[in-house]
Ligand binder design. Structure first.
Ligand code: C2E
Ligand code: MG
Ligand code: MG
Length: 609
């Protein structure tokens, strides 16, 4: 409604300016005959009209209290008595004009205030005219005061009725519009706010002082598959009901995606909040009894504490959705996001934008890390590790840009380039290292899904006249390999046929099961990540994990290499267990090829052992 009234005031401003200017023009062109009896001079009336027009126009554009604005705009009606009284002999016609004026105002006005101004001004003018003029240019007998008053009463009544009907209709329309607007802001199926509703809501305090809690039903889509859409929806509604009962008072409750809810709350104590959410997550996960079905839901919760959060609500919600995905991937029931997380996320977004424009040949390079055998006291291989030459601080690490590249086909092009560079390097080392010296190349599961990957590998090996046994393929275990995928199955089969040594990287950190190991056989190597070796001296648990992985490798007849070794103590303990292959800063850091060649030359010359 406020919008409608503002628009109307705006038009009243235009109308007033136009009418005042026209009035001023009429007075300007009026004959001397007419003006000579006027109480006010021609220039005073013209100035009054122009000033009034500009004033009303100005007021109509100001953003002020509607009631005050209407009072000020109504002042334009003063023009009627002031100018008409000036022409008193002719002015009695206002008696007639008043009814007409009321009607017009009633029609254009959405507000009673202006109506009352019109009525008061016209009654006052008419009474003044009645008391001061003998002859009037109307057809009612000048002595017939009842007739004159009757005219005014009729005018006022018609105006009030029209205005009343008009306002009533407008109010109805307004209610309907509010209802429509409200419907558009609510989720049809659950009645809570939808995304639009969430975006439009005004919070009483700054958004950094509010926490956003995202709740995602991980198996929402499966519910429809197993129980049908009706039950899926009933579960969601029941879940919302449970949440509403358990939650402390909240500012907003919205459904932002099919199975994802968002709650905005005052900032409580953070530790307490995490604990409360953990409890809440357990309560919501209690099975739902719906139409005889016993339904389980898996949920993940993300708490965004607002620290360093953007003012852009849509972006904050987007960040929460990203965090929910991350929590689901990492199997975290409750995850907190803070300034640190947001910074990291921003870096990833910038890296993704910049990576899309990167030129593989010029913007990437490889460094190499030697692998050492403490038994033979020789370097037995090296791993190629990619680096990105980017001005973005922190984004040059593969842990930042490889996961981004893996989300697009960039990893396939980049992977091919890395493989070819690795082959060039292995070729360059011929003569410097023994024949069985291997160059390990990291390969992402997505590369294996590409139909062109294996033919490319074979072509490249031929091009550089290398044997498959000289290139080790490292497949990281932390990402799940979809063995059901036909293309991965074919790629692994081809790798086996060609007799490429395969190393399972970061063993023990991801999805590997005996089933995976079996599929990857004949596996050449298990690679134990840094996290199992660091500070091993202080942890018996780690020692026993390391021991059992080593025993597994022995029983499977595969090599076992530990990476990330930084201290002599780590090497000693691993050696005691029986491990003799190592990769880590203790032996060599990842360095450019030139340095590797120098080091190998020196080793060959017998200067280093
Ligand atoms: P990864 O294959 O397990 O590589 C080992 C990581 O540990 C490397 O980090 C290496 O620099 C680091 N490292 C080695 N020794 C030590 C040590 O003693 N101390 C510490 N603190 N770190 C050590 P980087 O180069 O940042 O690579 C991280 C991950 O990125 C790699 O883990 C691999 O999964 C991926 N990656 C690296 N290069 C490539 C590539 O060319 N292709 C693909 N697909 N992934 C790659
Ligand atoms: Mg690796
Ligand atoms: Mg690793």
């Amino acid at each position: 409604m406020e919008d409608i009234v503002r628009k109307q005031q705006w038009w009243i401003g235009n109308f007033a300016l136009f009418m005042m200017l026209v009035g001023a023009l009429i007075i300007y062109t009026t004959t001397e005959e007419t003006i000579k009896n006027a109480y006010l001079s021609r220039s005073v009336i013209i100035s009054f009209l122009v000033i009034m027009g500009i004033f009303i126009f100005y007021i109509s554009r100001r953003k002020m209290e509607i009631v005050l604005q209407t009072h000020l705009l109504s002042l334009m009606l003063l023009v009627v008595p002031i100018t008409s009284i000036s022409f008193l002999p002719y002015a009695a016609v206002t008696v007639w004009a008043s009814s007409f004026l009321f009607l017009m105002i009633a029609l254009i006005s959405y507000q009673r205030i202006m109506m009352w101004y019109a009525i008061i001004v016209t009654i006052a003018t008419s009474l003044y005219v009645m008391g001061n003029v003998d002859t009037v240019t109307v057809e009612i007998d000048p002595t017939d005061h009842y007739g004159r008053i009757g005219m005014i009463v009729i005018g006022v009544s018609i105006a009030l009725v029209i205005n009343h009907l008009h306002i009533r209709n407008l109010n109805r329309l307004n209610d309907l519009a509010i209802q429509l607007h409200d419907t558009a802001r609510r989720d049809e199926e659950t009645g809570v706010l939808n995304r639009q509703g969430l975006n439009e809501i005004d919070f009483p305090r700054s958004e950094q002082q509010l926490i956003f809690v995202g709740i995602h039903l991980e198996n929402y889509y499966e519910l429809a598959r197993y129980f049908g859409e009706d039950i899926q929806l009933q579960v969601l509604r029941a879940c919302i009901e449970r949440l509403k009962r358990q939650l402390p008072p909240y500012q907003a409750f919205a459904r932002i995606e099919a199975g994802t809810l968002l709650i905005v709350m005052e900032k409580p104590d953070e530790v307490a909040c995490k604990e409360a959410m953990e409890e809440l997550s357990q309560e919501i996960s209690v099975p739902y009894e719906i139409e005889g079905h016993h339904v389980y839901v898996n949920i993940s919760i993300v708490i965004d504490n607002g620290d360093g959060a953007t003012d852009n609500r849509k972006r904050r919600v987007q960040q929460l959705l990203t965090a929910l995905q991350e929590a689901a991937q990492q199997n975290e029931r409750v995850m907190c996001i803070d300034q640190e997380w947001r910074k990291d996320q921003e870096l990833r977004v910038k890296a993704a934008q910049s990576l899309a424009q990167a030129n593989i040949e010029t913007d990437f390079h490889l460094v190499y890390q030697l692998q050492y055998d403490v038994r033979s006291e020789q370097f037995i291989g090296l791993e190629a590790l990619v680096r990105w030459k980017t001005p973005l601080q922190g984004a040059d690490r593969p842990s930042v840009f490889i996961p981004i590249a893996e989300k697009s086909d960039l990893i396939i092009r980049l992977g091919e380039w890395i493989f070819e560079e690795g082959c060039k390097t292995r070729k360059a080392l011929v003569g410097l290292v023994p024949d069985e010296f291997t160059l390990s190349v990291n390969v992402s599961p997505r590369q294996l899904t590409s139909e062109s990957f294996m033919p490319f590998i074979e072509r490249t090996l031929l091009k550089y006249a290398l044997k498959p046994q000289q290139i080790k393929i490292e497949i990281t275990e932390s990402q799940s390999l979809d063995f059901e995928s036909q293309s991965i199955h074919r790629a692994l089969k081809r790798i086996k046929t060609l007799d490429f040594p395969v190393s399972l990287d970061d063993f023990g950190t991801g999805h590997a099961s005996y089933h995976v190991l079996e599929r990857l056989l004949p596996l050449r190597q298990l690679k134990i990540p840094k996290q199992f070796i660091e500070q091993i001296g202080a942890s018996e648990k780690r020692q026993s994990i390391l021991e059992s992985i080593f025993q597994l490798s022995e029983s499977m007849h595969v090599e076992c290499i530990v990476e990330g070794v930084e201290t002599g103590e780590e090497v000693r303990i691993a050696k005691e267990i029986g491990i003799h292959l190592f990769q880590g800063y203790f032996f060599a850091k990842p360095v450019p090829l030139k340095e590797i060649i120098c080091l190998l030359q020196k080793t060959n010359e017998g200067t280093i052992h």
